[in-house]
Ligand binder design. Structure first.
Ligand code: MN
Length: 741
């Protein structure tokens, strides 16, 4: 190293030191309300220890590592509203995992609470998300830690948010992985905790990580429409503003466009264009009310708004009288603007707005952290209840969890008027189990609002439900399809297990009886031999199958024996039931991890997934199925997020071999204004395109609007794209898009 570089390096270090201190000071400023000398001393101590522990480390971007814990601590204080304990824990969150500092050191220096939080955080990141274990199992581990102290997950969310904000310095593979995980787990979690701003930012950043072009495209278009939108809003709110001022309200009006992710999601799920989604935005009126007047004021504002604009009668949502499960309170209405456009108006108090944006943290901002944590106890209890069920698989668990905690709730009433809250989609059977497990077990139907309905009937908000029971009733397997709540599922499974246990006793007696009748010894060895012979996976399985009469022991001839030992061969399984891991290893071993689509030398079968119709040139990945070989999906397939998050082990990298060697079926749909000779022109365009082999074309015209669909064989994504462009150039055609599903 030459002298001059050494000097330059030293200067950088000095600058960095300055920058670290600057960032540390702005962290201190962010810790509002709790700046006692004692607290400042604690934060300084944590900062100094973290700084020392991470001094040799740098982030992927080349920055000093300490920037990261400082940023995480600042998010905790500023954006989640957490207090000193969390700030201290956030500063130290990566030390035990990545440096020489031990958990005991932390306990000695900062006490039990901080040590417990750090321990939880270390366990979460100790969960190896990169390797082959199922993501669902990891999810469960995360929640186990969360159930101990909600600050663990709040700090973890802050950590994830900062990592997402700095995602650019990661490799492409890692970006995809982290973004998928964020979308699958962390964004819904933030939503459930009521951290609305963090949830939307996580979603937007995930989309940017996964599909940068799509993201930037929407971003650009939003920017372009900005002026028009502003003009519309100011004209729309003018009369409302004047009326509110006349009534001496203190208020603020905001007009915000939807988040990029939510626009994208609408475009995907509803199959609409950017323009159609973009048109929809919400106006928010926030009133500064005295606590006792909040509700009355919101309704007064509602009345003023609807004096000027006609509301849509079925679009009034009152989340003030019945707040959402995550604490959200607001009054929503949709009104018609003079230009003939529906506009959603959200009315809420300042406090409600803060809760909506920052979660429950807002409530307790100035009351201290312990109380804030206490406020989340209700949700933690639900999580603990879910975690109690030992019988559910990790994946069941995740699904149950998402259903129960991420969804909105409905209120239903007992005949005596007692209110029960259940997730949206809950059925009469869920309701029965919610009242009591015995009522659930004996349910044969229900009366909803005095009308007889089957137990599988989904309930609606405000329903009054009377459960009809019978002593003779017993839970059945298919009941699992009739319920959505985790607790009902759990209770049904429990009942089925009880039944199974009873059956097993019957089965065991039958097997023992038969062995005796044959003159064979009644021992474990003979039972195992018989189980093997009859393809039962264990003695318990054998008993169960015998009791359910899947195996008829009665008609089985006396087998050959030697000294009372059965001489029966093992049963032969009908097909290859090798464990999946073995198959994965085989594929990965021979191909260096990448599966080449269209390579005839491959022995592995593959199928192009019908859910997203991948064609060459698309970004794709392979998903290993137990019976169907590899399924190829597009990375932006709506199933992909879930597959990538849940079954990382089964994901196989895939790429296309060569080009033009294969043909793929792709679909295009288009619509526009009908005109004479249009069908003819369009078919000409398609058939003149080189190498396009049209399979079917259909047109439908109604009231001057036509819709068409073409299925054709193409060679690649580029090829398809050029076809789409040509169709777009037809003046009457207003919309052309690829059929995804
Ligand atoms: Mn971290």
């Amino acid at each position: 190293m030459s002298g001059s570089t050494a000097t330059k390096y030293t200067i950088d270090l000095e600058e960095e030191k300055e920058e670290i201190l600057r960032r540390y000071r702005s962290l201190l400023r962010a810790v509002r309300g709790e700046r006692s000398a004692e607290n400042t001393r604690l934060i300084r101590k944590a900062f100094n220890i973290a700084l020392e522990a991470h001094k040799e480390q740098r982030r992927k971007s080349g920055e000093p590592y300490i920037y990261h814990p400082i940023a995480v601590a600042r998010i905790c204080a500023e954006e989640i509203g957490l207090g000193v304990t969390s700030v201290v824990a956030a500063l130290l969150h990566d030390t035990v995992e990545d440096t020489d500092l031990t958990l005991e050191d932390v306990r000695d220096l900062f006490g039990d609470t901080v040590a417990t939080i750090i321990d939880g955080l270390t366990k979460i990141s100790g969960v190896n998300w990169q390797t082959d274990s199922m993501q669902a199992e990891n999810f469960r581990k995360v929640l186990l830690t969360l159930a101990q102290d909600v600050r663990v997950i709040l700090i973890k969310l802050a950590d994830r948010l900062h990592n997402m904000r700095t995602l650019d310095s990661m490799s492409r593979d890692k970006q995809m992985k982290i973004a998928s995980e964020t979308l699958f787990l962390y964004a819904p979690l933030a939503h459930r905790l009521g951290l609305y701003n963090i949830k939307s930012e996580l979603e937007d950043l995930s989309l940017r990580g996964k599909e940068p072009e799509v993201y930037h495209d929407i971003e650009q278009r939003l920017k372009k429409g900005e002026t028009v939108r502003r003009r519309f809003i100011s004209r729309f709110i003018l009369p409302i503003r004047e009326a509110l001022e006349k009534e001496a309200f203190e208020f603020e009006i905001k007009g915000r466009p939807k988040s990029i992710y939510s626009i994208w999601q609408k475009m995907q799920t509803k199959g609409v264009t950017f323009e159609e989604v973009y048109d929809l935005f919400a106006i928010r009126i926030i009133v500064d009310s005295k606590p006792e007047l909040e509700k009355a004021d919101c309704w007064k504002v509602y009345s003023i708004v609807t004096d000027y604009y006609q509301p849509s009668p079925d679009r009034l949502r009152d989340w003030i009288s019945m707040p959402k499960a995550n604490g959200y309170e607001s009054l929503h209405t949709t009104v018609m603007s003079p230009g003939g456009k529906w506009v959603e108006v959200q009315i809420r108090s300042r406090r409600m707005d803060q809760v909506a944006e920052m979660g429950l943290a807002a409530h307790y901002r100035y009351k201290g952290e312990e109380e804030h944590v206490h406020a989340m106890e209700g949700m933690l209890n639900k999580i603990r209840e879910l975690l109690k069920d030992p019988g559910s698989s990790a994946l069941d668990f995740v699904n149950d969890f998402k259903l129960n905690l991420f969804n909105d709730v409905i209120m239903a009433f007992t005949p005596k008027g007692e209110m029960r809250s259940l997730p949206v989609g809950a059925t009469a059977l869920d309701f029965a189990f919610d009242i009591h497990s015995q009522i659930g077990r004996r349910c044969i139907g229900a009366k909803v609002n005095h009308k007889l309905v089957p137990m599988s009937q989904p309930l609606r908000n405000g329903d009054q439900v009377e459960i009809i029971t019978s002593r003779k009733q017993q839970p059945k397997e298919e009941w699992l399809n009739y319920v959505v709540t985790a607790s009902a599922r759990h209770k049904i499974k429990q009942a089925l297990r009880d039944q199974k246990r009873k059956l097993a006793t019957v089965g065991r007696e039958a097997v023992q009886h038969k062995l005796r009748a044959w003159g064979a010894k009644v021992n474990d060895e003979n039972i195992a031999i018989l189980a093997d012979h009859l393809l039962a996976s264990s003695p318990a399985d054998l008993y169960w199958k015998v009791a359910r009469e899947r195996h008829n022991l009665e008609t089985m001839p006396t087998p050959p024996m030697k000294n009372g030992r059965l001489m029966l061969p093992k049963g032969i399984r009908p097909k290859d039931e090798r464990p999946l891991e073995e198959i994965v290893a085989e594929i990965r071993g021979t191909s260096g991890g990448t599966f080449t689509i269209g390579d005839e030398l491959r022995s592995m079968e593959y199928k192009l997934s019908p859910c997203c119709h991948p064609i060459p040139g698309d970004d794709v990945f392979g998903f290993l199925t137990p019976n169907d070989g590899i399924r190829i999906h597009r990375v932006n397939c709506h199933n992909a997020v879930q597959l990538m998050s849940n079954f990382a082990m089964r994901i196989v990298k895939a790429r296309w071999k060569g080009k033009d060697s294969m043909e793929f079926l792709a679909g295009i749909q288009f619509s526009g204004i009908d005109a004479v000779g249009l069908v003819n022109r369009i078919t000409t365009i398609i058939s003149h395109e080189n190498n396009v082999n049209m399979r079917s074309i259909s047109f439908e015209s109604k009231d001057g609007i036509f819709e068409g669909k073409v299925m054709a064989y193409v060679h690649s994504a580029d090829h398809l794209h050029s076809l789409v462009e040509k169709l777009r150039s037809v003046p009457e055609v207003r919309r052309v898009e690829r059929i995804d599903h």
